[in-house]
Design a protein around this ligand. Sequence first.
Ligand SMILES: Nc1ncnc2c1ncn2[C@@H]1O[C@H](COP(=O)(O)OP(=O)(O)O)[C@@H](O)[C@H]1O
Ligand SMILES: [Mg+2]
Length: 598
Amino acid sequence: MNRGRLRNAELEHKYVGESPIRTLFFLFEEQKLRVLLAFLFFTIKHSPTWVMPLLTANTIDVIASHKSLSELFINIAILTLVTLQNWPMNLLYVKFQSRAIREVENRLRSALVERMQQLTMGFYLKSNVGVLQTKVVRDVENIEQMVRNLSDGGSTAVNGIIGAIVITAIKVPIFLPFFLLLAPAIAVFISKLRFRLRSRNEEFRGEIEVMSARVNEMTSLMPITRAHGLEQSALQTMYDSFGNVKRAGFRLDIFNAKFGALSWVTFQMANVLCLAVASYCAIKGKFGVTIGDVVLLTAFFGQLIGSVILLSSLMPVIAKGFASIRSLGEVLESPDIEENADKPAIEEVVGAVEFDHVTFKYPLGNRDAINNFSVSVKPGDMIALVGPSGSGKSTLINLVIGFLRPQIGSISIDGHDLSKFDLRTFRRFISVVPQESVLFEGSVRDNVTYGLGSVTDKRLTNALRAANALDFVNELPEGIDTLVGERGARISGGQKQRLAIARALIRNPRILILDEATSSLDSQTESAIQTALESLMQNRTTFVVAHRLSTVQKADLILVLDKGELIECGNHKELVGAGGLYQRLYEAQSFSTDVQEK
Ligand SMILES: Nc1ncnc2c1ncn2[C@@H]1O[C@H](COP(=O)(O)OP(=O)(O)O)[C@@H](O)[C@H]1O
Ligand SMILES: [Mg+2]
């Protein structure tokens, strides 16, 4: 683990998405030997492609000039040998190539997730979760594919070009200029055709993507569409998209037919031309061209053009791979990391929280989300944050957790300025229940004890009971071992929330944070949990955001926020008679059923 971390730290340091080639070299630096061996074995395994025409030409010359039979046998023996070695050599090639690529793939993914664990939560506020997922899965795969294609295709092409040029230069040097001028020209012409084909292909693929997005949209909008009787307009959108697919598909097919055949014809005509010139020379006895040489030249000319085309066909894969290298750079090079390394750990938390003139503004926000906020919280106090939506309650809580850092002012825990400590060590003393809790694929037990290692059944049931979750968990098919999460048992939002509360409680935190944690519960369930929560809030500092004021009446300190400003502060008794925002909110809610049960 430690070694891996050091290695990936170096990777992050040297990774430069904007210079993909340099980054690629750097990534494969440790794999140098494997890459070299892979290329060596590839060259050996691939030798039949240039030895074959040479030996075939030799054999034909043996026949044509009635040479001895033994010379024929030698040629045939070499051919057999060269062919048979392909099997073991290919195995060796793949072994070294795959090892090198897989190592780099693994290292990139590890570096990415490691980095993601270090990035600030602020980074996640502005990044799309799907995009990050794509980076780990697809972008790394694109890079892997690019290297694999470069390795297979690039080696084939390089070998093909070098083989064709070297042997032609030795056997029929007079044809070399003919090759060197004509082959690239034809190859470039054919790749141009292919390129135009590709842009048609992309147009078509674009329409397919739009179509699949529309289908997705249609199915997810189904309840709304049907509830409003909008079937016809939903269908029309689909028909339009299908029509576009039809037209783009037809254009593509015709284009394929025209240009696909044209490039084939060009390629074949070039070979015919080479055959004609070589044969003419052989017949006229010019330049000492033999019958065998005619075979040799035609084969190598084809190979040369083929290799250059192959090289150019690698361009899109390379472009895609380079784009992915850049995309990984957005994570690996992001400066937005929590600077925890080398900072001292917080070993103990008593629970005093001090806000000292804290001001925070979101990078994209148009005003301060928290403005000049100062409050002292005693250990064990229950603090309620109250205020209209958008007043800054969640922001304040994220500042306490250290997910966000104040631009002005400071937050201290037991007198320690948070910015000077390793936040990860501090967060071991916090439990958070957010408004929308997340359950992962796993049992009730896994979800509640997440990250704690093994926990006794007793401790688990106690936490579940305290969160008022034990009854419904016992009714699940397999009790605490029932699978929950996306594909697990169907549990309601309220039940999910109670599991999240149990998850927070089992950690026995010094600081408990509930950000509208009970607002998705019905008032009956909420009041049932309320009693449990209240006993748990004793002896620990608790921050509660709740929009039902019944929940906050028992708070030691109620902080009323409006537009990021602290406008009132005190306990329920003091505030309810103060005639301010709290009183207005309270009076508005007194008439709702929520408070009547109190
Ligand atoms: N990621 C963000 N980027 C920019 N502005 C934000 C972001 N999150 C919240 N805000 C703004 O900050 C203010 C406070 O938001 P928030 O703390 O979520 O309020 P509350 O929890 O009280 O409803 C609001 O004006 C909101 O629009
Ligand atoms: Mg909020």
